[in-house]
Design a protein around this ligand. Structure first.
Ligand code: NDP
Length: 342
């Protein structure tokens, strides 16, 4: 059972020496309530960078020598728990390892849940039906809600895991959707495949975001769903409409900073426009995930929603290199690390 553990707290972008690999015997369920899962695929998330810091946050930091935290989808291979039967598929945050031993006490903490493979495949359970999808769904409909048909929403990291679902759920509700993404290929995908009304390539030149917003949001922005922070957040703030809502979902442009994050310079736009800006954490919506799963799986079934996953191979050993792809924008769609076949 190969595992990837945190060896040192990174400064800036994680390096190989921040990780170490260990090998343990494949575990077995022994005591009542025990479950052992074989990992099929892991969700590679920007938030992982924050979990590596020794700082107060919404989850405790991963400790040095601890198996790195990660969400996954797997198959139960040994069980003394009637809720999780051998051969069934589950999701949960059991970490970067090939097999996970989960005594009863930790199963709810790591969110061990049965999943229905009729609603989506392994990768989709890590994307629109999993944590990123729920982030998009509740961030849009609850944090930015109520949303109204005809409103203009801007979403950053538009082709990524959260961004693709934000835009498509917003389109399904009649909003005008403008994405922001890095590169012509990602922007073309957002418009041609995801059905966004427009997508601004922020890498296409100086003031690209500002110019793109003038062109595609001439009346301003009602909702900004922000995944990246920094300059992009600052620029969009200058274009808010009255009663605008900004969801602070993430700030990936800041996660590897070695100096303090600078606050948004244009925040008085909130005052002028009677706007609000709110952060949120998806895990707070766990009791309501079924609402999101039902709506999104229905859209998938009706052919009104597509999901794009970027699946990397190489197993647990590949984890450090695959994680860093997120911070270079080298993922195109939800980044998934395949660990094993069924
Ligand atoms: P994505 O699939 O969107 O991948 C990350 C993308 O971020 C990259 O592909 C890249 O896209 C973009 N990016 C990377 N570096 C920069 C940069 N310096 N400036 C601008 N864009 C950059 O990841 P997720 O969908 O999984 O996550 C998106 C955001 O949502 C993250 O900030 C994450 O932390 C947050 N999140 C928050 C949750 C919550 O509960 N609040 C839960 C889940 C995620 P491009 O090539 O287009 O630049």
């Amino acid at each position: 059972n190969m595992q990837c553990r945190l060896a040192a707290r990174p400064i800036g972008l994680p390096k190989d020496s921040d990780w170490k690999f260990t090998e343990e015997p494949i575990p077995e369920a022994k005591t009542d309530g025990d479950v052992v899962v074989k990992t099929l695929a892991l969700s590679i998330d920007p938030a992982m960078r924050g979990w590596m810091n020794d700082a107060r946050s919404y989850l405790p930091p991963v400790q040095i020598d601890e198996v790195m935290r990660a969400g996954g989808v797997g198959k139960v291979v040994s069980s003394k728990n009637p809720k999780f039967t051998v051969g069934s598929h589950v999701s949960g945050s059991w970490g970067v390892q090939e097999y996970a031993y989960m005594p009863k006490e930790i199963q709810s903490t790591i969110g061990l849940t049965n999943i229905d493979m009729k609603l989506g495949n392994v990768s989709q359970w890590l994307n629109p039906l999993g944590m990123p999808g729920m982030t998009a769904y509740f961030g849009l409909l609850d944090v930015c809600g109520p949303v109204k048909a005809g409103e203009t929403i801007v979403v950053s990291a538009a082709s990524g895991a959260v961004g693709q679902t934000v835009g498509q759920v917003a389109k399904a509700r009649g909003l005008r959707v403008v994405g922001i993404a890095g590169g012509a290929e990602k922007c073309a995908f957002a418009v041609n495949e995801l059905g966004f009304d427009a997508c601004i390539d922020y890498k296409s030149g100086p003031k690209a975001v500002s110019k793109g917003l003038s062109e595609h949001c001439p009346k301003g922005v009602d909702i900004f769903f922000d995944n990246v922070g920094g300059e992009i957040l600052d620029t969009v703030m200058t274009r808010l409409r009255r009663n605008a809502r900004i969801a602070i979902c993430g700030a990936i442009s800041q996660y590897n900073n070695t100096t303090a994050v600078e606050g948004p310079a244009n925040y008085l736009s909130l005052l002028v426009n009677r706007a609000k800006m709110q952060g949120f954490i998806v895990f707070d919506y766990a009791p309501r995930y079924m609402e999101g799963i039902q709506e999104i799986s229905q859209l998938i079934k009706e052919g009104k929603f597509i999901s794009k996953e970027h699946v990397e191979s190489g197993g647990v050993k590949a984890f450090p290199a695959v994680l860093n792809k997120l911070f270079a924008g080298e993922n195109f769609g939800k980044l998934v690390l395949k660990i094993a076949d069924e």
